[in-house]
Design a protein around this ligand. Structure first.
Ligand code: GLU
Length: 290
């Protein structure tokens, strides 16, 4: 039997904090106890937010924690052709359309719809796409594209869900409401998600699904903040004919006020804790793995 593959997949858009340490250490432990492999993947598709110094810091902080990973490390920004190929597959199924509204125009549309009552929000609390670009005629689309208007490529979620109904996943960890075992996937809750933008020709959802399959990841260990996104991942996997991994979502580290840690929570940053004399064993204790 092939050894199971795990991955830790941070984005280099800030320094790692205790939440990342917990996720990386859990992956490392799960790989070790199952005789598996641990990969590190740098999710750097967002050129405006990712910086090389954060990537260097990721390597330093993980090595300091005592985590070992395989090389070469996959950097998403170097594999845009893989994501483009997946996008073309989805387009060929007739499930992708260009939407030309700017972020500001979308905010205005949502405000207009909310005048008539609440507009639905996705599991992260963002309003669903309110536009009607899906029904633009082919001529109108071509005209707008030819005019150089920027656009995002969106997934026609209703059509996609008709092709892949009744999806589930195997949750080995726990969702935010205690979900465990075979969990129903509800991708409709996200609306017509963006799969690619003009400036970033892919998206988190698309690249994570493509990479996990290409890298043979069988058990995805990550924070509960991505629990609901798994529904979109299962949908894309099914549409693209990719294998189904198991998922293991873990609890999130909270700050003193019960808020999820962010990259600006400097008081829980691994670099600050290290400078203050905390040891790697101390970090394990702080995240409850001591
Ligand atoms: N790159 C994502 C993040 O840093 C994690 C992706 C994943 O584990 O699926 O939040």
């Amino acid at each position: 039997m092939m050894p199971p593959v795990f991955r830790f997949a941070p984005s280099p858009n800030g320094f790692l904090h205790l939440g990342h340490a917990y996720s990386a250490l859990l992956n490392f432990e799960r790989a070790r106890e199952s005789g598996g492999r641990l990969l590190l993947r740098i999710e750097d598709i967002d050129a405006t937010r990712c910086r090389p110094e954060y990537e260097v810091a990721i390597y330093e902080d993980l090595a300091w924690l005592g985590i070992a990973w395989e090389t070469p490390v996959r950097q998403q920004s170097e594999h845009l052709a893989d994501y483009r190929a997946a996008l073309e597959k989805l387009s060929a199924l007739g499930l992708v359309y260009p939407a030309f509204e700017s972020r500001a125009e979308i905010a205005k549309l949502v405000a207009a719809r909310e005048a008539d009552g609440p507009w639905p929000r996705d599991p992260d609390g963002a309003p669903l796409y309110p536009g009607d670009a899906r029904s633009l005629s082919a001529d109108e689309r071509s005209r707008l594209i030819a005019s150089g208007a920027p656009y995002a490529l969106r997934l026609d979620i209703a059509a996609a869900c008709r092709r892949a109904a009744g999806l589930t996943w195997n949750e080995l960890g726990e969702g935010p409401d205690g979900e465990h075992g075979i969990v129903p996937a509800l991708p409709e809750a996200w609306g017509d998600v963006i799969l690619a933008r003009k400036e970033t020709p892919t998206s988190y959802h698309l690249s994570v699904v493509v990479d996990d399959a290409l890298q043979g990841v069988g058990e995805i260990v990550r924070g509960q903040d991505l629990f609901h996104a798994t529904a979109v991942h299962r949908l894309l996997q099914t549409l693209l004919g990719l294998p189904e991994p198991a998922y293991h979502h873990h609890r999130l580290m909270r700050d003193g006020d019960g808020r999820k840690l962010s990259k600006s929570s400097w008081s829980t940053g691994l670099r600050e804790l290290r400078a203050a004399g905390v040891t790697p064993a101390g970090i394990r204790q702080l995240v409850g793995l001591g």
